[in-house]
Design a protein. Sequence first.
Length: 193
Amino acid sequence: MSDKYGNLFIISSVAGGGKSTLIGLILKKYPDILFSVSYTSRPIRGGDIEGKSYHFVSKEKFEDLVVKNYFYEWAQVHDNYYGTPKDFIEKNLLDGKKIILDIDVQGADKVKAHLPSSVSIFIVPPSREIWVERLKNRGTDDPLVIEKRIRNGLHELEAQDRFDFRIVNDNLDKALHELESIILENEKPYPEI
């Protein structure tokens, strides 16, 4: 165990807000920063990698893990389950590591309630028009799913004021610099687990 407690950075956004791109760039630049791989019951999409994108499990397996109190937080989003394994977070915080958690607004609220010293960051798309265009151009979802993501995203955007920081993703380099500054400058020296 380290003599310094780690830091948990909660990063949320709407689908298509650019958070995955920003997180990927941070992790590439700072290999000592860890990424908490969530569990999900959603189907694997093209480009997904088991154990890197998510841990993919059936709905039944996910529900079994919920009963066993395996998750730090979990939620049902877009008709699928998502959850954060508690052992990964607790072990690495006690070892003094910085951890990035990519979760939705519901999950961010739950984690912040358990760990108030965690740093929450909301990635905001530059405009509704650009955001909708990004969703359509991803090519990963059919039009009905995109419409559902837009409806849900409008509610998620209303939650951005509950976060410690907001980053408008209108310029990738600028947004990356802001995220990097937040992660490097925020230290939480005491444990809460």
